[in-house]
Design a binder for this molecule. Structure first.
Ligand code: SF4
Length: 964
């Protein structure tokens, strides 16, 4: 389908505005006022690699009136998790030039279309410019003081009447690490676990599945390490569009001889680079992987020594795999048997191989089963803990890894410390406040938590995937005092979530809705709200402040402030301070953080989390060390990520976590997780002892396997003060460390002494165990196949049924079997799946407001196979209705293509600003509407949530399509 080049190209709107200002030197403020428009990046293309090398500069016209010396500032692209460095040229406070960071080992001087156009942030015509509130259906301007005052009063009133859990705090993967940490701390001090962010709907099933298999829930290796892979298996990942610059590392791996296999329902741009493409029916990842394992076990291709030393319960996997014979796999997945066999053979013959997955794998009702079976495949092949191997799980937003690590999640505190008294006491000590005070902030009652009762303070909260159910359900159906009454939507797009009509209803009925964002977002326009109590607060982007962010490979990168916040926007941490002050807990929240005026000092926030994040080693990355890496990017090897000489000599770029001990301990960071070929002091590790030492008579500790230089040459449990004493290593602690370490363990010793001594003896602080293939505390201990709730293969439902309905699951009822019991496949015969486009990011508000990107993709569309289109009398480029089985409907353009197979349709998920075929343009505050608006695909997506994490199902629903 050819998209139309708009006659009124957005960038041409600006020419008139410029004519009056040329020729005179002006300052930044005048520049912004006079142009007020988007002038920015030069030519941008969507393809690799020439477009990735473009330099984006102010036009000659702009440069004429912006004078002064050029200052260079370095930051990080604010779009995806690859973490590409951005070099900005700033003159007189105006961002006048931009180029990709050629010194960065992560992007090597490349940018995709999104990164190449970030200078648009220096102008931001469509940004939210000042605080606003909705009065009688119209947006009114407010001062910051008035806005914070009114919002604070409303929050306090709701708290008084309904308790702290009546407020849902949705945070953001766009926060810096410091912002993410502060946000979780703020929710804790408000007194609720109803706090969550985008990771819930992108990789929560990864975190749960992977952490429960081998210890940590993150990418094990790195983009760069894929240079060393012999086989690269993508499943549910379209990196060429979702993580474009990562492809240069993939292609380097390919040049080095790696075989590339892509499994996807769609022939994606990534598939175009593959040696083999496997087109699977959406929702059949588990059968496909068992199909691969069937051949691996049948031919003895598994790594037997590795499994016996480092893996528990592989025999139970072997038993399940035996059921997945080639004909059964072909019937369920749709992939011919010989193709599965060929893929298994390639993987067996090309080791180490890596696996890459993204939301195609995670966003399912069985998402946790998918992520665990992917992990098991890598364990069977002996690929984990090796350079070139591992699980390269590409995260989404630029700081979704950091925001996850800092616990903007309804079930953890920063550093994955679980919701338990010990964790709260740990963080109370770090925060230097009384545990009893924090406890007093929570509802003191207990509520249903599955089959048991749990105090509100330790009860998992409502997740962002279902905040609107938390608002729409009756009080008696919600496991807390009342349903939600208020929503803080801080850097989150509701169009990235399913069931738009139910979100609309909730947004209309809540007593308070607050959007904090650089843009008004789809939240501002979705509801037809008649009552007061809806506010928009302008937050600035990360280019207008500074601090650290964590790329997908766990490397932290410090970014400098490029320009001052645009218009009246403020940085997240400053807004949090104002709010905390109004709500009366600023003294506790900022006890050890210096506040300049109303802006907390970023470095103090970094240092505070350095003092508490022992579990995952966010303790060694001091601001000073991160700034040193920023200054010396060019000294790092682009494959090993190790500094070769210079002031960072021996460090891994960005000190990827775990970076053990205190900053003074100078741990180099851990490039490849669980790699026993290195000393722990140099980034080596083994699997984590997290699940006890024995289960059902099976030894869970490693056998005859340990990291290089370990003095305990076998498996061992996690380190405690008592263990140091038993080993005779206690006196290796200093006297000061002994005082701090007494009665503590490697996670709670604030001195870092236990970690230091364990590592000095060559041991991993978290013990040395086997990875486990069986997660006995999950609904499916061994991953099994279950058909989607909206199943198109009714003949398979009886054999592979979904779960029973549940009560009190993340505080809400959850439906499974009662939906699957109905047959929707006759009226809705097409499988509906979704994904990303290279031009846009997330809910897309920011990128659709960028004229340079908006030009590239102007219409929301659905990809439909020619056969399915012809059966419906639909032509390429025609407007169609896509109807979902729950009544959601979207109006989109048809893209007739063989990228999708017969019976499957694909929609991108970045569009918003329409509802049920209507453009909501008139509902945006004046001048803030994105250039490109369109139907949110998720309005047609349906109910369905992962059985462990509440991840939404957006990859295997049903729909029908008809001409509009
Ligand atoms: Fe790099 Fe991702 Fe930004 Fe593109 S969007 S420039 S790949 S960080």
């Amino acid at each position: 389908m050819k998209l139309t080049k708009k006659l009124n190209h957005p960038s041409t709107e600006s020419t008139g505005a410029l004519s009056g200002v040329l020729g005179s030197a002006i300052d930044r403020r005048t520049f912004l006022r006079r142009t007020g428009l988007a002038l920015g990046a030069g030519a941008i293309a969507t393809t690799l690699p020439p477009a990735m090398m473009k330099r984006s500069q102010a036009t000659a016209a702009e440069r004429k009136f912006v004078k002064g010396p050029v200052e260079i500032k370095r930051s990080v692209c604010t779009h995806c998790s690859v973490g590409c460095g951005v070099i900005a040229e700033v003159q007189n406070g105006v961002w006048t030039g931009q180029e990709p960071d050629f010194d960065s080992p992560l992007n090597l001087g490349s940018h995709c279309a999104k990164g190449a156009s970030v200078r648009e942030h220096g102008h931001g015509e469509r940004r939210l410019k000042y605080p606003m509130k909705l009065v009688n259906g119209k947006w009114q301007r407010l001062s910051w003081d008035q806005a914070i005052d009114e919002i604070g009063d409303r929050l306090m009133g709701i708290r008084e009447q309904h308790g702290p859990d009546a407020v849902m705090w949705v945070g953001s993967a766009k926060f810096s690490n410091e912002g993410a940490y502060l946000y979780r701390k703020m929710a804790a001090m408000w007194g609720t676990n109803n706090v969550d962010h985008q990771a819930r709907i992108c990789h929560s099933t990864t975190v749960a599945g992977v952490a429960n298999t081998w210890g940590y829930g993150a990418m094990t290796n790195s983009y760069n390490d894929m240079h060393n892979s012999k086989c690269i298996f993508f499943i549910g990942s379209n990196a060429a569009e979702a993580h474009p610059v990562s492809m240069q590392h993939v292609l380097r791996g390919k040049e080095n001889g790696a075989k590339v296999i892509v499994a996807d329902p769609r022939f994606t741009r990534t598939a175009a680079h593959a040696d083999q493409f496997l087109r699977l029916r959406p929702g059949t990842d588990v059968p496909l992987i068992y199909g691969l394992l069937w051949h691996i076990f049948e031919n003895g291709w598994e790594d037997k020594e590795y499994i016996s030393q480092r893996v528990a319960f592989m025999d139970e996997i072997r038993a399940e795999a035996a059921k997945w014979t080639p004909d059964v796999v072909e019937n369920v997945t749709g992939i011919p048997g010989d193709e599965v066999k060929a893929a298994a053979k390639t993987m067996a013959e090309h080791r180490p191989g890596t696996i890459v997955w993204c939301m195609g794998g995670t966003q399912h009702t069985v998402g946790n089963n998918n992520t665990r079976i992917y992990s098991v495949l890598q364990l069977a092949l002996g690929n984990v803990g090796k350079s070139g191997g591992g699980a390269n799980i590409f995260r989404g937003h630029d700081n979704v890894q950091g925001a996850t690590d800092f616990g903007i999640l309804a079930d953890t505190l920063p550093g994955y410390y679980g919701l338990a008294e010990g964790s709260w006491k740990h963080w109370a000590r770090v925060w230097d406040i009384d545990f009893e005070w924090i406890k007093s902030r929570f509802d003191q009652a207990s509520y249903a938590d599955g089959n048991k009762m749990t105090p509100a303070m330790n009860l998992k909260g409502i997740t962002v995937s279902r905040w609107f159910d938390g608002a729409n359900e009756s009080d008696e159906n919600v496991s807390q005092k009342t349903a939600l009454k208020a929503l803080m939507m801080w850097g989150h797009a509701p169009n990235s979530q399913v069931r738009g009509a139910e979100q609309k209803k909730a947004l209309e009925n809540l007593d308070l809705v607050v959007v904090v964002d650089p843009y008004p977002t789809h939240t501002a326009v979705l509801p037809d709200r008649t009552k007061e109590g809806m506010y928009l607060l302008p937050a600035c982007t990360q280019f207008e402040t500074y601090g650290s962010r964590t790329a997908s490979n766990r490397s932290l990168q410090w970014g400098e402030k490029i320009i001052d916040p645009l218009f009246e926007s403020k940085p997240d941490h400053a807004i949090m301070y104002m709010l905390a002050k109004k709500l009366g807990f600023d003294q506790q929240m900022f006890k050890n953080i210096k506040v300049n005026g109303e802006e907390p000092l970023i470095e103090d926030i970094t240092r505070e989390f350095n003092r508490g994040m022992w579990t995952i080693g966010y303790t060694g990355q001091s601001p000073e060390r991160l700034k040193l890496h920023l200054e010396n990017k060019h000294t790092f090897n682009v494959t090993t990520l190790k500094a070769e000489g210079g002031p960072c000599d021996g460090d891994t770029y960005g000190l990827p976590w775990p970076c053990w001990g205190t900053p003074e301990f100078k741990h180099p960071g851990t490039h490849v997780l669980y790699d026993t070929s290195k000393h722990v002091k140099e980034g080596g590790l083994n699997f984590r002892a997290r699940f006890g030492v024995e289960h059902e008579g099976v030894n869970l500790l490693a056998e005859d396997s340990y990291s290089k230089g370990a003095e305990i040459q076998d498996g061992y449990p996690e380190f405690t003060a008592d263990m140091l004493k038993q080993l005779g290593w206690w006196d290796d602690l200093t006297e000061e460390e002994k005082v701090a370490a007494e009665g503590k363990n490697w996670k709670t010793d604030l001195s870092g002494g236990i970690q230091r001594v364990a590592i000095e003896h060559g041991c991993a602080p978290f013990g040395n165990a086997k990875a486990r293939c069986k997660v006995w505390n999950f609904p499916d201990p061994i991953p099994v196949h279950r058909e989607p709730l909206y199943a198109n293969r009714r003949d398979l439902v009886e054999q592979y049924p979904t779960y029973p309905d549940r009560k009190a699951f993340w505080r809400l009822p959850a439906r499974y079997a009662s939906i699957q019991a109905q047959d929707f496949s006759k009226d809705f015969p097409l499988i509906h799946t979704s994904g990303r486009l290279v031009e846009y990011e997330g809910g897309g508000e920011e990128t659709r407001s960028n004229p340079w990107l908006a030009e590239l993709q102007q219409d929301m569309f659905v990809e439909i196979h020619p056969g399915d289109a012809n059966d419906r009398g639909i032509k390429d480029g025609q407007w169609v209705w896509l109807d979902g089985p729950e009544g959601g409907r979207i109006k989109v353009k048809a893209m007739v293509t063989e990228r999708v197979g017969r019976g499957v349709v694909f929609t991108p998920f970045h569009f918003g600003g329409w509802f049920e075929g209507k453009d909501l343009l008139s509902k945006y505050p004046e001048g803030t509407h994105p250039y490109v608006r369109g139907s949110a695909c998720n309005d047609a997506f349906t109910y369905g949530y992962d059985s462990v994490t509440n991840m939404q199902e957006t990859k295997a629903s049903l729909c029908q399509i008809r001409p509009a």
